[in-house]
Ligand binder design. Structure first.
Ligand SMILES: Cc1cc2nc3c(=O)[nH]c(=O)nc-3n(C[C@H](O)[C@H](O)[C@H](O)COP(=O)(O)O)c2cc1C
Length: 368
């Protein structure tokens, strides 16, 4: 039986434990280049005892951006910025993947190059908001703009952006990348049959067509940096970002699992989203079915604490557990869980944006 604190092989890496820090946008970047800075490095270094850190979502292009004050991975300044983080984490013996993010339709013209419309699988407008500039130039939550569907030639350009970003990530010293195919962003806007009504080979008629973009991105990134440096995050049945339910939903995700299983990836990461009524989105029995389709390293996130993580691991259904909110307030989460020490509260008010308060000032546990 594997415990949270037992080592695991992940691609080319030996991890010290099975605890991952889930990707979390913190919106703390205040420089004009949108480059990770010295505080980003401190934040991740403080958490380096996780078996694996995954960074906040990092846009692969200006077009892929749907949030202000977040660090990009699409130019040399971004590479230099992130180098501080990877060096700081590696000095502490940690391992770190960067999450590659394209939000698709979940953006606003004020964030897009030359104020253009955001892009998606089809012409569409989500019922939702993003963090951008309003009509007075003030930063805040605004309704997302209407998006236009990408042409096939433009889809190839976006895939090329993922490849460029993955190569920049390796230049920046990351141990690998996590493709963000979760939470209703661009890749899921292709997978979801309720959104994707295209009539071409990326279109809705078949599951293979709707998975094509996800798999082409995955293959292109694997070719560029190696499959053992490539992970992917998905959120089956997730409803964030106005994702509708659709026919064949389970079969779509298990088919994706079977396809990913042939690619020898570092890992697949399932995000079990919260629902406001207190439940979560993965239906009973789904993880077992996904596990039957995907035999590689499987990680799960969503509402875990030490005991539920241990219980889940002991079933063999997953190999690692990622923690999100508990990591905000507890840089030494691994040590706290291993020793049964109490956790700090993660204060919601400081989750997104602001200064270093609630970011790099949470204390380590002090033994009396
Ligand atoms: C402040 C905050 C920012 C987040 N940003 C991201 C993100 O950039 N990418 C992503 O895939 N998930 C993001 N998530 C979701 C988390 O990775 C995680 O799946 C979620 O918080 C559930 O895990 P938890 O119950 O352990 O917090 C974010 C969550 C929080 C609380």
């Amino acid at each position: 039986m594997s415990s949270l604190f037992s080592p695991i092989q992940l691609g080319h890496l030996q991890l010290n434990n099975r605890v991952a820090m889930a990707p979390m946008t913190r919106a703390r970047i205040q420089n004009a280049q949108d480059a990770a800075d010295e505080n980003t490095a401190i934040y991740y270094q403080q958490r380096a005892s996780a078996g694996l850190l995954t960074t906040e979502g990092s846009p692969i292009s200006r077009q892929g951006q749907g949030f202000l004050y977040i660090p990009g991975i699409y130019n040399r300044q971004h590479v230099h910025g992130w180098q501080q983080t990877t060096k700081a984490v590696h000095e502490k013996g940690g391992k770190i993947f960067i999450q590659l993010w394209h939000v698709g339709r979940m953006s606003h013209t004020s964030l897009q190059p030359e104020g253009q419309s955001p892009v998606s699988s089809v012409d569409t407008q989500a019922n939702g908001t993003c963090f951008a500039f309003d009509e007075n130039g003030e930063a805040g939550r605004v309704a997302v703009s209407s998006a236009r569907g990408l042409t096939v030639a433009e889809i190839k350009d976006v895939i090329a952006d993922y490849v460029k970003a993955a190569k920049y990530a390796i230049d920046a010293g990351f141990d690998g990348v996590e493709i963000h195919a979760a939470n209703g962003y661009l890749i899921e806007q292709f997978i979801n049959a309720g959104i994707n009504t295209r009539s071409d080979s990326y279109g809705a008629q078949t599951i293979d067509n709707r998975l094509r973009f996800a798999l082409e991105v995955t293959d292109a990134v694997c070719n560029a940096i190696g499959s053992d440096r490539t992970g992917i995050r998905i959120s089956p049945f997730g409803r964030f970002s106005d994702m509708p339910a659709f026919d064949d939903e389970e079969l779509t995700w298990t088919t994706l699992g079977q396809e990913l299983a042939t690619r020898n990836l570092a890992y697949v990461h399932l995000n079990n989203q919260d629902v406001p009524d207190g439940s979560t989105t993965l239906p009973d029995g789904f993880v077992e079915k996904f596990r039957a389709a995907y035999k590689g390293v499987l990680m799960i996130a969503g509402g875990f604490d030490k005991s539920s993580a241990e219980r889940y691991l002991s079933t063999g259904m997953v190999d690692m557990v990622a923690f999100g909110r508990p990591y905000i307030g507890n840089p030494d989460l691994v040590e706290r869980m291993a020793n049964g020490w109490p956790l700090n509260e993660s204060i919601r008010e400081f989750f997104y944006g602001g200064d270093n308060r609630g970011y790099i000032d949470y204390p380590y546990y002090q033994q009396k």
